[in-house]
Design a binder for this molecule. Sequence first.
Ligand code: AMP
Ligand code: MG
Length: 488
Amino acid sequence: MKLSFDNSYAALPEAFFARQHPAPAPAPRLLAFNTALAQELGIEVEAGDDLAAIFSGNALPKGADPIAQAYAGHQFGGFSAQLGDGRAVLLGEVMDTNGARRDIALKGSGRTPFSRGGDGLAWMGPVLREYLLSEAMHALGVPTTRALAAVATGGEVVRPTGSMTGVLPGAVLTRVAASHLRVGTFQYFAARRMLPELETLFDYARARHAPQAAGPHEFLQSVIDRQAELVAHWLSLGFIHGVMNTDNTSISGETIDYGPCAFMDIYHPVTVYSSIDAHGRYAYDNQAAVIPWNMAQLASSLIPLMPDQEQAVQMFTTTVNAMPDRIEAAWLRRFAGKLGLGAPREGDQALIGDLLALMQAGQSDFTNTFRALSAGGAQDQFADRDGFAAWQARWHARLAAQGALEGTIEQARPNAQTRAAMEAVNPALIARNHRVEAMIEAAVAGDMAPFERLMRAYARPFEAQAEFADLARPPAASEVVGATYCGT
Ligand code: AMP
Ligand code: MG
């Protein structure tokens, strides 16, 4: 295999990581390989390559320098000064065909010095879940870590809780990321008052993610901008990350750490799936409130880098406090786009809010309602038909005001150009929980066909694909998956 590593993180001071070889996998078997992503990374697979051995960690490619990264983080609001990669190793970095530096890491590859009480392993369910969901998010246009490979290790993993429990097949995911720098990486050195290392980390992160930033304040601003866009994007797709701890909040602005995440079926603002999120801290609509809190933790960690600390506190506070408006603007732009409204105008916020209230009252399917606004049949998503008709009249009037409506008054609809714009942002297909769970059950039983079918379908989420019409249907009452689990 041709794979040219160009490792920079492993050249940082020792406090940043622990050198750690992946644990051997007893009988690795390739479950999935992302050929298109491999090409993007400049990886050339050659005849005779044992991909299962390579991506289980059994046969490391030349130039790999495996390390487990150190980081800290706030988990559900409580600070852990020492987290770190407990079951992941960074093999190294490559420059991709676009000239961007990308991390290649194994997840589920055995214990590290950061494992604490954990076994360092992953089972097949969460590995295929992350593979499918992160690739689905990429196809939806959301910045995200990617999945390069999934390998069954041939080993066993014991899990007392989860969608399946007991003795389960082990697996390793190969995750690709713009970097694995997190808010928690900054917290790690700030909490230890390791100023030289904090400075080194800042220089490294700035060079990699915000080279235009003059200093820590501009760097903070750039991370805030990316995270504001990211969370608004999630909200526009009904995506619930589920575990937005600061160690799972990336500096690059990519969605990272697919654990209990899920797309909601029925719209409700306080939807929670994660089995451990008892208080709804990371509920659907709380995501917009939590991300500024996470950015405040990043801001605190950057303060020691500033020459005048008091002035920095004031400046950073002002910047973080401006984030909710920034998120709201991004949210409004995305939801206006979902309604075909183009640039938001006065009154659009209320128009969107009133639709969401009707959807909530009517237990409407989030994805299918927005899709039906352009494809037709939206009224079927509402219990209160008159309420919807009244809302639709307002929406049509708003569309007419920008020349985006066609047809007669009784049979009005967005014009073709507007319908196309709406269908480019309102997916026909999302990775619905019940499909994901059924896929995992099949894979554990040795049948990868459902995984492969879902991968094909979710690769083109904005197209109406007749062959995948069944995947657009919400779960029947008996199929609803109410809880999701961390990968542990
Ligand atoms: P997460 O909730 O996945 O973000 O994980 C939080 C922390 O727990 C991170 O430091 C993980 O590396 C660690 N961790 C999660 N699962 C395991 C496991 N099975 N073995 C060791 N460490 C783990
Ligand atoms: Mg994590």
